[in-house]
Design a protein around this ligand. Structure first.
Ligand code: SAH
Length: 480
């Protein structure tokens, strides 16, 4: 480490800035944000600095530099465009034992300014020991994207509670665990979302619960939507909680690349359907969730897509609430929106489709559907389904009046590396599904917008499909 990163309390202390141009102004702004007293020594000031002077926020000495101007300074910044002056400032500062920064000159500087991400009171400082300020700024931008906008409010809240938590939980390990689970828990999510109402009451409750179970045997469950498959479509919160969890209960559809983002020592349990083995029942999963949480573990229930879209997340949430176990729900990109994005198929589109319906068409559920409503034009219906249902869907829709030429698209393994988009029609989709044959998971999109899907990897069928797609195009233009 070439430099020691420290945060300096400069409030009401004197900083002398030599130079009156744009660079000096930028440094002055930073110093003022940290509530320093700033003296600017320069014969002339740029506009920003003039404003600060007129507002009385800085002391201006309209003079050329002389060491006498450094009197009383705690820090010094040399920001002139004259190398000789900067050198003289640096030397005078060092002789007096005062910390000096010469802008863009690490060799002459006793300290350098880092690039910062400001979520006050949380501040992240990035430095490259003067090697590349541009690189520091790039790193800053990346971190900027990672940190929630309201992180500062969260820190303020934690600061207000710090003493009370310390008094309530004197044992350090228990306190650490409490804070850890606080920052990943529902109260913190609310604060980060900007909803402060009730946060204090919720915090009080949590603290009392924690005190009532001194062993800190309070687990919690994260119901995480892992998205349609591509690991880059995970939300930031999903990643944070995957890192936090002690145990993962995941579905079969969640790819290895996503599970790999969990902690290495986290236990993984596949509760998805495994062909040839007896399925793990939903009831059994519910009981596992409660059981693990009661052992004090942080349990990540990782589901494909979104937990609340045909994911039985609602049932799990109800069971956990009933058992009094804290739950955080993390939304995921559902298969329909993932497929729509990668097929270039908008789910609603002016003039083509005014609404979108997500339907599950697995086995017994299909008799409950309002097929008449699903067979209307100018809408989009996305069927989450087993491939076997496609015949039934096609015949029901046509019986109820959709023309055989009505556009449809099958999207297999959306956002996976081997994704396939098959544009088709209601009349042809059964035959297409048999010919291909479909690989799971697959979605069926029915509606005028399906004609906009960009076919991918259609292999031997691409000539026939291109012709169909062309016809669809005309059909859509005529219809829309
Ligand atoms: N909760 C999930 C859906 C679970 S139901 C979500 O929000 O996406 C499972 C069905 O979702 C599958 O049968 C299939 O129809 C659909 N599905 C899930 N992932 C898919 C993917 N990557 N591509 C296409 N369909 C997918």
């Amino acid at each position: 480490m070439d430099y020691l990163p420290i945060f300096v309390d400069i409030r009401d202390r004197l900083v002398v800035v030599i130079g009156g141009g744009a660079v000096a102004a930028r440094k002055t702004e930073h110093l003022l944000k940290a509530h320093a007293r700033v003296r600017v020594v320069a014969p002339e000031l740029d506009t920003t600095l003039c404003v600060y002077r007129d507002l009385g926020r800085i002391e201006h000495r309209p003079l050329l530099f002389s060491p006498a101007q450094l009197e009383g300074a705690q820090l010094i910044v040399a920001a002139t465009d004259d190398d000789a002056v900067n050198a003289a400032v640096a030397q005078a500062a060092r002789e007096r034992g005062i910390w000096v920064n010469v802008v863009d000159d690490a060799a002459r500087s006793a300290f350098i300014f880092p690039a910062i991400v400001d979520r006050s009171p949380v501040i992240v400082a990035v430095g490259t020991a003067g090697n590349s300020p541009t690189l520091a700024r790039r790193v800053r931008t990346q971190i900027e994207a990672l940190l929630p906008e309201r992180l500062g409010q969260l820190a303020d809240f934690a600061g207000r509670w710090r003493a009370r938590v310390q008094a309530a939980l004197p044992a350090l390990p228990q306190r650490l665990k409490f804070w850890d689970s606080f920052f990943n828990g529902p109260v913190a999510s609310q604060l980060i979302a900007g909803r402060n109402a009730g946060a204090d009451e919720a915090m009080q409750q949590r603290l009392e619960m924690e005190r009532a179970t001194p062993d800190s045997k309070r687990g919690e469950v994260y119901l995480i939507g892992a998205g349609p498959g591509d690991p880059d479509l995970l939300t930031l919160r999903a990643q944070q909680l995957l890192q936090q969890a002690d145990v993962l209960l995941h579905d079969r559809l969640v790819p290895e690349a996503i599970l790999a983002r969990a902690r290495r020592d986290a236990e993984r349990i596949n509760v998805g359907k495994v062909p040839g083995r007896q399925d793990v029942t939903q009831d059994y999963i519910n009981r596992m969730l409660v059981e693990y949480a009661r052992r004090g573990l942080r349990v990540a229930r990782v589901k494909g897509g979104d937990p609340f879209v045909f994911g039985r997340g609602g049932e799990e949430l109800a069971v956990l609430r009933e058992a009094g176990i804290p739950v955080v729900v993390v939304p995921g990109i559902t298969a329909a929106t993932g497929a729509a994005a990668s097929a270039g198929l908008p789910l609603t589109h002016r003039g083509l489709s005014q609404s979108v319906t997500f339907v599950t068409a697995t086995g017994a559920d299909t008799s409950l559907l309002d097929w008449k409503a699903l067979a209307r034009p100018n809408q989009t219906v996305v069927f989450y389904m087993g491939g076997a249902q496609i015949d039934l869907i096609a015949s029901r829709l046509m019986e109820l009046g959709l023309p055989a030429t009505h556009p449809a698209a099958i999207v297999e393994r959306a956002t996976w590396p081997d994704e396939r988009v098959l544009p088709t029609t209601v009349g042809q989709m059964s035959a297409m599904a048999r010919q291909e044959p479909l690989r799971s998971p697959a979605l069926l999109v029915v509606g005028e917008v399906a004609a906009l899907a960009l076919p991918s990897q259609i292999g031997a069928h691409h000539v026939a499909d291109a012709r169909v797609a062309g016809e669809l195009d005309l059909h859509v233009r005529a219809g829309g």
